[in-house]
Design a protein around this ligand. Structure first.
Ligand SMILES: Nc1ncnc2c1ncn2[C@@H]1O[C@H](COP(=O)(O)OP(=O)(O)OP(=O)(O)O)[C@@H](O)[C@H]1O
Ligand SMILES: [Mg+2]
Length: 312
């Protein structure tokens, strides 16, 4: 549904997007991650035919962004960064206007406006002027205009930016529900969003793709992958730390700062990042060591993100 081949964009001879390639299938939600200025919005602007690429190409539902811009735009619902819109229009009026541009009229137009007002929970502000809306309502108005023609492809640039926690939750559910028969590309700075809605994620840094995979695949690159945090009563911990260091499936043991009085926590890093839960449980059982806590860490996306994007 989305095919991108070596897409690049230079501004004043400086590359903002540098030979980016990826594909997104129907039913997939691809999360686009990267630090500020990485090139996420620029890539999205090229895919939605807002700006032309310097080189490379892309197809949306088989239509080329270079040769079939009108067809490409018809397939896409686009929520641009910072939700720009027409301030002096009423919310309902704006959505009708966008619907008319998309070619709808009469009852069909009314039906579509009504559906998106419900989907984005905007009914209560239908007759309010856009410039008087709060940030979250503006964001949802912009999302509503992206959905009005029920497009097969959605390109959403930070769709939950500025929303309160409840609305973030609502919009994520909406994205998830819509994803079944659509193809969605969303950019975000919220790493928990990747787990909540994305089937895959791509990390870009300085215009280049530096990481790609399912959230779990990306997480498996974390230093913390399959590490186990064990908390015991403070009296037990010194000999235990030595014992842990001797275990052949343990690579290293880290003593963690005290979080609860009288309790000592240690993090055990496995050899080759493999799961050591079984072996460790067995060992602790044999040794009859009373445990206070036992937590298995699947790896941290924030750490992987930093590792891949902090340079120098
Ligand atoms: N019209 C433009 N003229 C010159 N430089 C631009 C233009 N648009 C973007 N850039 C530059 O291209 C780079 C990528 O910007 P882009 O907006 O794509 O980043 P982003 O990943 O979306 O960042 P953010 O997370 O802050 O939204 C930045 O260095 C930016 O300054
Ligand atoms: Mg951006």
């Amino acid at each position: 549904m989305i095919r991108v081949h070596s897409l690049s964009k230079n501004f004043n001879n400086i590359p903002a997007v540098d030979q980016v390639s990826f594909e997104v299938q129907r039913g997939e939600v691809l999360g686009f991650l990267g630090p500020n200025g990485a090139g996420k919005s620029t890539t999205m602007k090229m895919l939605t035919c807002f700006i032309p690429p310097s080189s490379g190409s892309a197809e949306i539902c088989g239509f080329s962004i270079l040769d079939d811009a009108l067809q490409v735009r018809a397939q896409i619902g686009y929520l641009p960064e910072s939700a720009p819109s027409y301030d002096e229009m009423l919310v309902g009026e704006f959505l009708r206007f966008v619907g008319e541009i998309r070619g709808f009229s009469g009852r069909e137009l009314n039906r579509r406006v009504s559906i998106v007002l419900e989907m984005t929970a905007l009914r209560e502000v239908e007759n309010q002027m856009i410039e008087t809306l709060s940030k979250g309502f503006r964001q949802r108005t912009s999302l509503a205009q992206a959905l009005i023609h029920d497009p097969p492809v959605l390109i959403l640039d930070e769709p939950t930016d500025g929303l309160d926690p409840n609305q973030k939750h609502e919009v994520r559910s909406l994205i998830k529900n819509m994803s079944e028969d659509r193809t969605i590309l969303i950019s975000t700075h919220i790493l928990e969003e990747v787990d909540a809605v994305c089937t895959r994620a791509m990390i870009i840094s300085a215009g280049k793709v530096v990481g790609y995979g399912t959230p779990d695949e990306l997480r498996s690159r974390s230093l913390y992958r399959n590490s186990v945090t064990v908390s015991v009563n403070a009296d037990n911990h010194v000999p235990l730390m030595n014992d842990f260091n001797e275990l052949d499936f343990v690579y290293s043991v880290e003593h963690l700062p005290e979080q609860q009085q009288g309790l000592v926590s240690m993090r055990l890093y496995p050899k080759n990042k493999e799961s050591i839960t079984r072996q460790l449980e067995q060992y602790l059982c044999t040794k009859k060591i009373p445990l206070e806590q036992f937590v298995v860490n699947k790896g941290r996306l924030d750490e992987v993100f930093r590792e891949l994007t902090v340079t120098g």
